[in-house]
Design a protein around this ligand. Structure first.
Ligand code: PGA
Length: 249
């Protein structure tokens, strides 16, 4: 039985004061929750602050991105070892906003996945098709390409040391959620792609769904056999809503 995992992705939102209120609210809200892992990914400058706020709680820390390089003359980059040093457990890799707005290729995403593993972080590989790609019927080809680039880089056995998040681009921040059937169908395809290369990895790896998850649609999504939790954007900025999503897992 795979454990459920809920990760909040704050994106470029927050401030010293707002973070304190959000995390204190969340800590108070989740005291009754058991049997689900919870993590939040604040922007880099607030990792240390949030690390302090979640100390002693069940909430784990994650980063939204990391460098594909280990250390050195890479101005403006943040390395995996630094994130581990700051108490991060997770690092998002290849979020669609990184791919589309900042030009991250499959190869760079694969290097970032490897860099996270190297530092002992759990990379959360984001994959997903655009609305056009879905209409053209290429969804499976797109996610297969995005996943295989990472498998080719690190080897299939390392995939279960990470997490995969299926995030259809057309559902991110749009309010348009994939239906539980649509999401399950792609999650199953991801697991089959891995099973063709290694059955035990396919069984073990946690697959999250992301894209307009809300308190009122989370339970139905998380009830699907191949959906092991969620990657939550907008709804993770409200303590009550995020806690309610965690509860439904
Ligand atoms: P959303 O974002 O929940 O606001 O749609 C999800 C994500 O981008 O991870």
């Amino acid at each position: 039985m795979r454990e459920k995992l809920i990760i909040g992705n704050w994106k470029m939102n927050g401030s010293d004061a707002a973070n304190a209120e959000l995390v204190q609210g969340l800590v108070a809200e989740i005291t009754d929750i058991e049997g689900v892992r919870i993590a939040i990914c604040p922007p880099f400058p607030y990792l240390a602050q949030v690390r302090g706020l979640i100390a002693g709680t069940m909430i784990r820390l994650g980063a939204q991105n990391l460098s594909d390089r280990a250390e050195g003359a890479f101005t403006g980059e943040v390395g995996a070892a630094m994130l581990a040093d700051l108490g991060c457990t997770f690092a998002l890799v290849g979020h669609s906003e990184r791919r589309s707005l900042y030009g991250e290729s499959d190869a760079v995403v694969a290097d970032k996945f490897a860099a996270a593993l190297q530092a002992g972080l759990t990379p959360v590989l984001c994959v997903g098709e655009t609305g056009d790609e879905r209409r053209e019927g290429t969804t499976h080809g797109v996610i297969a390409r995005q996943l295989q680039a990472v498998v080719d880089k690190v080897g299939v056995s390392k995939i279960a040391k990470g997490v995969i998040a299926y995030e259809p681009v057309w559902a991110i921040g749009t309010g348009e959620t994939a239906s539980p059937d649509q999401a399950q169908e792609v999650h199953q395809a991801l697991r089959q792609l891995l099973a063709a290369q290694d059955h035990s990895v396919a069984d073990a790896v946690q697959l999250l769904y992301g894209g307009s998850v809300r308190a009122d649609n989370a339970a139905e999504l998380f009830a699907q056999p191949d959906i092991d939790g969620g990657l939550i954007g907008g709804a993770s900025l409200s303590a009550a809503t995020f806690a309610s999503i965690c509860r439904s897992a």
